[in-house]
Design a binder for this molecule. Structure first.
Ligand code: NAD
Ligand code: ISE
Length: 346
């Protein structure tokens, strides 16, 4: 079976996912696209075989030639399209964030729970990265003992002009929030944010860098060093310290070059390069599951938890205080697939 996909929002990552679906992974084709910038949607459709440009996201979701939707529009618009996909009974892949408020995420949880089956996957692609998957296998295998701390580094060389002061938490650190829950298989119960001396290369309105600290329900601590103007490269770091050992992400460069009395290798330029294989795997697994009418990977619950933690992080950044976090009771629908891994389906 070939899965017919409709793409809502054909900006930077929407176009990258279209390239991936049409040129890299198998089992799917893009039959429809839409964007508030309709000219952009038409231009993208014109470059693809048998793809139409539709006026609205709702029209795309209702289209009989769309089996499943991908939401790559701006964060505040995600809720509407995810809810419409659930109402239509169609599988939907939603780029992060699932939605921008706790209330919006709860409306999605309610709708999906009422539908009685998982239909939503959230684009937390780090769960598909070989490095993070290998770290998780070591932790779950018990070799390093119970995890005590997770040190995460998320360094962006620069950020686009529209990036606002909140985004270091809810656009950038949201990935560290999800990967902490994934690696440690636990929920986050409190957060605080410390700000360092400001990077003089950051725009006036941005706070950069920050240390976002989480307390996990089981007592482990997580620190996320987030930088958004580090200049030299896109550098993602991670180390879990256990009771009797550690596991950390290796460098991603395939070779080490030695010369002129030095050694070194490439550090990725941006998130597209760093996580290229993770996005490919993420899409292949989503397409395979959606073709069977199933959902896989990070769920609405994971999207909800990440949004709630980021809200708390923003409060902590503004107040300088420790902020406690509570989630609603987890519906049964999410209990078998949450946190423990991206491969479980239901
Ligand atoms: P972008 O601005 O390049 O593209 C967004 C597109 O959505 C634009 O073409 C815009 O016109 C369109 N759009 C906005 N509102 C719309 C609506 N209501 N209906 C239809 N189209 C609409 O942004 P981007 O960088 O591609 O980011 C898009 C989403 O992907 C965001 O949620 C972002 O957080 C997420 N993202 C995820 C990753 C990741 O690593 N997983 C990386 C980058 C972006
Ligand atoms: C971007 O939106 C992403 O999702 C990237 O993965 C992240 O590293 C970056 O900081 C965000 O702005």
């Amino acid at each position: 079976m070939t899965l017919n996909i409709g793409v809502i929002g054909v900006g930077m990552i929407g176009q990258d996912h279209i390239r991936r679906i049409t040129q890299v992974v198998s089992g799917a084709r893009v039959t429809a696209v839409t964007d508030v910038d309709l000219d952009r949607a038409k231009a993208i459709a014109a470059g693809l075989p048998s793809t139409k440009a539709l006026q609205t996201g709702q029209e795309l979701i209702d289209d009989p030639e769309v089996d499943a939707a991908i939401v790559c529009s701006w964060g505040p618009t995600h809720e509407e399209y995810v809810l419409a996909s659930i109402a239509a009974g169609k599988q939907v892949f939603c780029e992060k964030p699932l939605a921008t408020t706790r209330e919006a995420c709860e409306r999605i949880l309610d709708a999906e729970t009422a539908a009685g089956k998982r239909l939503v996957m959230v684009g937390f692609m780090r769960r598909y990265d070989e490095g993070y998957r290998a770290m998780k296998a070591v932790i779950d295998g018990g070799e390093i003992g119970a995890p005590l701390m997770f040190h995460s580094g998320h360094r962006n060389p620069s950020v686009p002009g529209h990036y606002t002061s909140d985004m270091i938490i809810n656009d950038t650190c949201v990935h560290d929030v999800d990967v902490a829950r994934f690696l440690l298989d636990d929920e986050i119960v409190a957060a605080r944010v410390l700000t360092a001396r400001k990077n003089s290369l950051a725009s006036e309105h941005l706070t950069d860098p920050v240390l976002f600290i989480f307390e996990m329900a089981g007592g482990a601590l997580v620190d996320v060093e987030a930088s958004i103007n580090i200049q030299y490269a896109y550098d993602i770091r991670g180390e879990v310290v256990g009771e009797r050992g550690t596991v950390e992400l290796a460098e991603t460069n395939p070779v080490v070059v030695k010369g002129s009395g030095r050694f070194g290798g490439r550090v990725p330029e941006d998130w597209r390069e760093r996580f290229i294989r993770a996005y490919d795997t993420e899409f292949q697994e989503w397409i395979d599951a959606a073709s069977r009418g199933e959902s896989t990977g990070p769920s609405s619950w994971d999207g909800y938890a990440a949004t709630v933690v980021c809200d708390a992080g923003l409060k902590a950044m503004q107040s300088g205080e420790r902020v406690e976090i509570s989630l609603r009771e987890q519906p049964e629908l999410y209990r078998t697939t949450t946190i423990t891994g991206p491969t479980g389906t239901d």
